[in-house]
Design a binder for this molecule. Sequence first.
Ligand SMILES: Cc1cc2nc3c(=O)[nH]c(=O)nc-3n(C[C@H](O)[C@H](O)[C@H](O)COP(=O)(O)O)c2cc1C
Length: 198
Amino acid sequence: MQLSPHKRGNVLPLPVVLISTISKAGIHNVAQWGNITPILRPLDEIVLATWLRRDTLDNIRETGEFVVNVPPAAMIEEVMICARNFLPEVDEFEEAGLIPRPSTAVAPPGIEGAVAWMECRLVEEITREKYALVIGTVVHLEVDDRHATAGGDVDFDAARPLCMVCGNDGIRFAYPTDTGRCALYSEMLAGKSTSMNE
Ligand SMILES: Cc1cc2nc3c(=O)[nH]c(=O)nc-3n(C[C@H](O)[C@H](O)[C@H](O)COP(=O)(O)O)c2cc1C
């Protein structure tokens, strides 16, 4: 079956995160995000794509800070509320019944009950005609101890972080399942220089 090129989101699962920010006026904002990814491993930058008319983008521009919260599937009801288009003066923590969690390195709070929290500072915005790419540095990263294994990994089967796949009628929410297979970093580098630039 051939699909229209704009349906590339129908064949590519993306993460679902909640981005928390604060406006210059001090209003808390939370919004769902799917177009977000770390920039290469093992660097500490991430990039997100945003339409230009987003309170999240306004707040990041104004304060230079944001928190990427990874919600578990158990938080789906609250996550669905955050997708609605609230006015900038509405506190979306209150609307969605989310509890703020004080951050360590940035002003915007994270969300209690998330699997993990990435506290970020704006590095650069690349602005196009209709959208922008926001590059941030992760300045503090934490995983809820309940979802951390003794070896320091994340127990994804237990945590069930949300992800999304676009369908013809809307966005379907899912979560990843561990296949039991693991590609070692050392295997990926076999026969190559260990330079991070490659
Ligand atoms: C699953 C999901 C993923 C989304 N991903 C994005 C995204 O990557 N970029 C974006 O600009 N909007 C995205 N949205 C839309 C915003 O979450 C939505 O417009 C929200 O109301 C924006 O809130 P804000 O104006 O407070 O920033 C997504 C919505 C959903 C339901």
